[in-house]
Design a protein around this ligand. Sequence first.
Ligand SMILES: [Cu+2]
Length: 293
Amino acid sequence: MRFGFFSIVATSFMLASTVLQAKEYEEHNNMMDHGGGHLMDMGGGMVMGQNTDTLPGGCDKIVATKEITVRAGHQYAEKFPGRMFAFDTQEFQFEPCTKLTVNFINDDNVRHQWMMHGLPKYLYPKGMFHLEVTGPGKISGTLILPPGDKTYLVHCDIAQHMEKGMKAQLKVGKGAGDLPSIPGVTPYVIQDSYEVSPILDNPIQSQDAASATSSNTASQESSSWFSGVMVIGLAIGLLVSPLLAKKFKGMSFSEGVSYVFELIGSILGFIYRLFSKVLQSVLSGKNKVLPEK
Ligand SMILES: [Cu+2]
């Protein structure tokens, strides 16, 4: 019984150690200080806008000292449909003039950032506080938050990582509203569509496509019919024109014109007689069927 218990403990320790061995996190804690709050190492770790001691204008003292740990990775996006990357936390809130240390852990095998925007530029280069790790790895940085109520954008600036979900907001004091497209917090600006592909499965669409195809063939047919008529017309014209030329030879212009009108009149008369005959036969047929009132 006791042996069984120990074997379970031993097995669980073995399993735990293999899990821990599976991912080794590089500790970026031996950074080169490049001055101006810019720290870097050769392993893909970077801190920009580090400020541990200069008070922002409007802060009389450091009001509070806080430390947070933020993780970044694709696994944190699983609960947000359509997203691919995320932080493990999407919202932060601190009192103005707080000295904040951020421990940033990247769980992925790619580069991620925890980049905060909108800070006063006289104190933070380009108004940014920026942590970056080529993962898996850990990095830490410190800043002093400015006074006033404001909402700061926090994101990963690697191409498309923010659009794919790695976006958060940090409110100082009461903040100043919410930012759009914060996963699980605010609606996405561009909503994903999960509609079925119209080409394959939408019967209305495919009907439209079919009718479009048939009308296309119809227009092709009509154009070929038209060209056929044109060819016949040209042939007749070529055959008839020498005869007409002969006919017109001895005529003056006005005689020719009157002859052409006569010809047209007789053709129209023929067509009219044909139609009236057809019409009469149709009407007489109808009279036979319809009972008289
Ligand atoms: Cu990223």
